[in-house]
Design a protein around this ligand. Structure first.
Ligand code: ADP
Ligand code: MG
Length: 580
């Protein structure tokens, strides 16, 4: 088979909160597939264009501020919930929006190989619940993949670094992305890669770093707080602060310079001051690391590698923090915002039995503590109900089965209510109820108290089975009661998938071959809104001219117009304080 005719059986996809990527395995290495703009990162943003077609990626991200009613980002947070997102006059669930992103990636795959690839490995955060996993799988099916398997993001990062080739070892994956921070501890033992512990902060990411810089700009330039209510201003400020942050990952200073109405902002931010500004964010990175280390019952000296993932781990301050925390340099030879997609491609290779890769078994943990409500004796004659009695601890390797005994409050109690909860809080009212049932207790004949044995069995598909058996001494004394708890979002049936596919296919996707032009126009329109009124004329003129070029359908004229508009847009963006 020649390289040009190669088509992979499976692709690997990092479906991120901020950015998504797709990759495949070939010739002993993972390879990323570029999108229509030639970029490997596709922003996970969906927008409804003025003609009703769906835009995904950079063009959509450009419309976040200018068309907030028709554009949605960060919907991964809503996966597996009933939350609905409004896009124009239509309403979508997070899994539909994810399906649209996956569909755009699928089109990139088709463009790369000249045909569809029908199987996908999609990565999910290790702490994703069953409902969130089911929603991700459904999104893949709705996007048209015939077979979808899921892979934990930290496991993908470890695979990208070839950590599965090592001897028994433990390593930590530090994934600091756009809106979330995840820490996972993995263990490789006899060829089995296991997620030992996960912790994180799903409200901590690069966005928070940007916000520190934004606040500093507002203060330093003495800008009125009301400006933060103006979308056009916020958009300018965000873009400038994010660009400055990125610049500071390689340069000692960054300039933030733009004009908004009567306000002229022209500031220079040095790396030292930047690092002081973001100290509160850096401080917050510690807690999840400590939790994960504690849950995995290891010391930092036991870690044989620390792997960085997520675009925000490019910040030098983050790398220094990691080096200090673990007393070793992190593995950072791969691009941190690509490692998860690369690892998904390695897994795709494993699944197709690529000769270069030895098969590995992956196992998983139960991400939450599971238990039942119990009472406690608070004084000689008083019991208080409402306490959480854990039966399966968070981060226990699954499948797992655990049993625990519970006594009634009084010797003559005839019924015990088994109320099942998930969560880490001390009191059940602060945890999530999963279900309940009653068990009849036998009457004791010999003065011994009856009790019940409650067995929790949690399998790899995330099914929890609760079984309660009434007992007198060691003997079962009555019928067992069982309850099977499956999380709310169940797998879709084939018919349901077909139905949802149908519903989404009434939406037409913006033609891929015109994405570059569309992204340029969206960027020009955003800039236009951001320029002061007296600076808009030239750009407005160029946009109109380019639209006429497009109407002419003359490829040479279009190419020329595109190059011209591109130059002007770059000029406007660079030429501060005229730029954004
Ligand atoms: P996610 O996993 O949430 O989809 P990514 O891993 O793609 O996110 O990370 C996106 C974040 O990384 C954004 O906040 C972006 O600003 C940040 N980022 C990207 N490059 C750099 C850089 N060079 N320095 C600092 N932050 C960066
Ligand atoms: Mg990510």
């Amino acid at each position: 088979m020649t390289a040009s005719s190669f088509v992979p059986d499976i692709v690997g996809i990092d479906l991120g909160t901020t950015n998504s990527l797709v990759a495949y395995w070939h010739d002993g290495a993972p390879h990323l597939i570029p999108n229509a703009l030639g970029q490997t990162l596709t922003p996970s943003v969906v927008s409804l264009d003025d003609d009703g077609s769906v835009l995904v990626g950079l063009a959509a991200r450009e419309r976040l501020q200018s068309h907030p009613q028709r554009t949605i980002a960060s919907f991964k947070r809503g996966m597996g919930t009933a939350t609905s997102f409004r896009l124009g006059d239509r309403v979508f669930r997070a899994e539909d929006l994810s399906a649209l992103v996956l569909r755009a990636l699928r089109a990139d795959v088709r463009a790369r190989f000249g045909q569809d690839v029908d199987r996908a490995v999609i990565t999910v955060p290790a702490y994703f619940s069953d409902a969130q996993r089911a929603a991700t799988r459904n999104a893949g099916l709705i996007a048209g993949f015939a077979e979808v398997s899921l892979l934990n993001e930290p496991t993908a990062a470890a695979l990208a670094y070839g950590l599965n080739e090592r001897d028994d070892s433990q390593f930590l994956v530090f994934d600091f992305g756009g809106g979330t921070f995840d820490v996972s501890i993995l263990e490789l033992f006899s060829g089995v890669m296991e997620v030992r512990a996960t912790a994180g902060d799903n409200q901590l990411g690069g966005d928070d770093v940007d916000a520190c810089v934004e606040r500093w700009v507002m203060d330093s330039a003495g800008l009125p707080a009301e400006l933060m209510g103006e979308p056009v201003f916020v958009s300018k400020l965000r873009a400038r602060c994010e660009a400055a942050k990125r610049a500071l990952s390689s340069d000692p200073t960054a300039r933030i310079s733009f004009q908004h109405g009567p306000h002229l902002i022209d500031l220079t931010l040095g790396i030292d001051q930047f690092e002081r500004l973001i100290q509160p964010v850096l401080d917050r990175l510690r807690y999840p690391v400590e939790t994960a280390i504690r849950d995995a019952r290891i010391g930092t000296a036991d870690l044989s590698a620390v792997v960085l993932a997520g675009g925000s781990s490019r910040l030098p301050a983050v790398r220094q923090l990691v080096t200090r925390m673990f007393g070793q340099f992190p593995s950072a030879s791969l691009n941190p915002d690509e490692v998860i997609a690369l690892g998904a491609a390695v897994q795709a290779g494993l699944k197709t039995d690529a000769v270069e890769l030895a098969e590995r078994v992956m196992t998983d943990v139960c991400p939450y503590t599971l238990g039942i409500e119990s009472s406690k004796q608070v004084s000689a004659d008083r019991h208080t109900a409402g306490f959480m009695s854990p039966i399966i601890a968070r981060n226990t390797v699954v499948p797992v089965s655990r049993v625990q005994s519970f006594q009634p409050l009084t010797a003559d109690q005839r019924v015990i209510s088994v109320r099942v909860y998930q969560g880490e809080a001390r009191l059940v009212k602060d945890n999530i109820p999963l279900g309940q049932f009653d068990v009849d207790l036998p009457r004791s004949t010999d003065g011994r108290w009856p009790h019940i044995d409650v067995r929790f069995t949690y399998d790899v598909d995330g099914l929890l089975e609760v079984e309660a058996t009434p007992k007198l001494g060691e003997q079962a004394a009555g019928p067992s009661r069982r309850l099977v708890i499956q999380n709310s979002a169940e797998r879709l049936s084939d018919e349901q998938v077909a139905e949802r596919l149908q519903a989404l296919s009434s939406l037409k996707m913006h033609p891929r071959e015109r994405m570059e032009v569309r992204a340029l126009l969206a960027r020009a329109e955003r800039l236009f809104m951001q320029l002061a009124l007296d600076e808009r004329e030239r750009l407005g003129h160029e946009i109109t001219r380019f639209e006429l070029d497009l109407e002419s359908q003359d490829p040479r004229r279009i190419a020329q117009g595109q190059a011209g508009l591109q130059r002007l847009v770059q000029l406007c963006e660079a030429d501060s304080p005229l730029g954004v």
